[in-house]
Design a protein around this ligand. Structure first.
Ligand code: SF4
Ligand code: SF4
Length: 201
């Protein structure tokens, strides 16, 4: 049987207005401290995102990237495993045929709607050839238009590197570049609406 707990409010709280004034005075005190009285202490809790960002946890995945083969072509074989596994249905792939007899298909179009993505990582787990990864550590930057949250194949490939995993199975040190991408600072080019990488800046 549920135990009913009643919250005892005093007369002062029930009057409402005094509590409202108390709350406003706290806000006003913080405003004056941070703007007039001691702004040099920089005690403001908010940050100027996206120009400033917090340090993300080590296990933060970040936006996707597509890995490449030795010749620079996309590793993805358009098997649709990722889009099938995706619970948010935010991966959209159009496949095309390759001339290479050993690799039947490649993605003509590969879009991920990052606004719908729930960052579950199921797509990465489902991929049989280390073609898609979520190890960039980059948060999707803010945008003003809906289409800005679609990462297309070119953008995903611009974040990718050559993958050394065996197709269909992980080889040794298959994430050898993990630390390198983590140390790469990426910025969002507001004009081009694309990610670009600036190493060490
Ligand atoms: S992380 Fe999850 S929701 Fe996002 S694209 Fe991959 S499978 Fe879909
Ligand atoms: S699971 Fe991997 S190979 Fe298959 S379509 Fe997705 S990214 Fe491409």
């Amino acid at each position: 049987m549920a135990k009913v707990v009643t919250y005892q409010r005093g007369l002062w709280e029930q009057l409402y207005l005094p509590e409202l004034v108390r709350g406003m005075s706290v806000s006003l005190r913080h405003f004056l401290l941070n703007t007039v009285l001691r702004p040099w202490k920089n005690e403001i809790c908010t940050i100027r995102y996206p120009e400033e960002t917090r340090v993300y946890p080590e296990r933060f995945r970040g936006v996707h990237r597509l890995m490449k083969r030795e010749d620079g072509s996309v590793r993805c074989v358009a098997c649709m495993m990722c889009s099938t596994a995706c619970p948010a249905n935010c991966i959209h792939i159009d496949s095309g045929e390759r001339d290479d007899a050993g690799i039947e298909k490649y993605p003509v179009k590969f879009d991920i709607d990052e606004l719908v993505c729930i960052s579950c990582g199921m797509c990465v787990e489902a991929c049989p050839c280390d073609a898609i990864r979520m190890d960039t550590g980059l948060h999707m930057p803010p945008g003003e238009l809906r289409y800005e949250f679609y990462l297309d194949k070119e953008t995903l490939l611009s974040l990718g590197k050559r993958g050394i995993a065996k197709q269909g199975g992980a080889g040794p040190d298959w994430r050898e570049d993990y630390k390198e991408i983590k140390n790469t600072r990426a910025i969002y080019d507001r004009e081009g609406k694309k990610y670009s990488k600036l190493k060490g800046s």
